[in-house]
Design a binder for this molecule. Sequence first.
Ligand SMILES: CC(C)(COP(=O)(O)OP(=O)(O)OC[C@H]1O[C@@H](n2cnc3c(N)ncnc32)[C@H](O)[C@@H]1OP(=O)(O)O)[C@@H](O)C(=O)NCCC(=O)NCCS
Length: 215
Amino acid sequence: MKKIIIFGSGGFFKEQFYWLKDSLKKKDYEILAIVSKESQSLKLFNVPIITEKEIPKSKNIFLYIAIGSINVRAKIIKKFYNYNFYTLIHPSAIVSKGARIGKGCIISPNTVIAGDPKVGDFNVFNFNSMISHDCVTGENNIFSPGSKVLGWCRMGNNNYLGAGSVMLPKTSIGNNNIIGANATLNRNFKNSLTLIGTPAKKYKIKKLRLATKYK
Ligand SMILES: CC(C)(COP(=O)(O)OP(=O)(O)OC[C@H]1O[C@@H](n2cnc3c(N)ncnc32)[C@H](O)[C@@H]1OP(=O)(O)O)[C@@H](O)C(=O)NCCC(=O)NCCS
């Protein structure tokens, strides 16, 4: 039996926990523990809580990051890069056979992965988001509910796409960008920007610089 260890105990975790359980129903996995600094109790949803130091390394242990902050996720990914990570594909998601999906991804309910996109490791597709044919993503991007990445788009790592945002076909973004809710990208943008509106414009340059490569 393979065992899953979950990072997180906040709101994002609470959503993820039930989706994760739905996706495990017919699989040979069980939830072993939750890693959390914050929780004062010994159990959450009846699952034991452990610290990072107590995470065993074994070929049967799979990690799962149920945390919505790109920065916190980035730290965990760097620290545990060589561990196994579980990819959640919710039974209600539509994933084309031609799609490639990396390790540690989350494909939430009603997500559509259409055609043949190459989705890198640790990408989070929240409910009702979609990515289309010929797209290529890096790692640790978050696609908020209802966000849409249309055909032939490219993106690097650590981008946050706000709810309802759209990348029009053949557009690209680099690394570490925040796309505001409902923004529409109709051209290419580089790194570390906050982009808002339709068509999207630079609102500010972020100081934050995260890893552009995890491997
Ligand atoms: C873009 C965003 C990150 C900016 O956050 P912020 O830096 O705290 O910015 P503020 O809220 O101070 O807003 C700054 C300005 O941008 C405008 N603005 C903010 N978000 C906007 C958006 N999505 N579209 C258009 N304008 C926006 C504000 O009205 C404000 O304008 P003003 O200076 O003329 O008053 C945030 O508003 C956003 O859209 N986040 C996405 C949230 C989301 O989708 N979450 C999904 C959760 S599941």
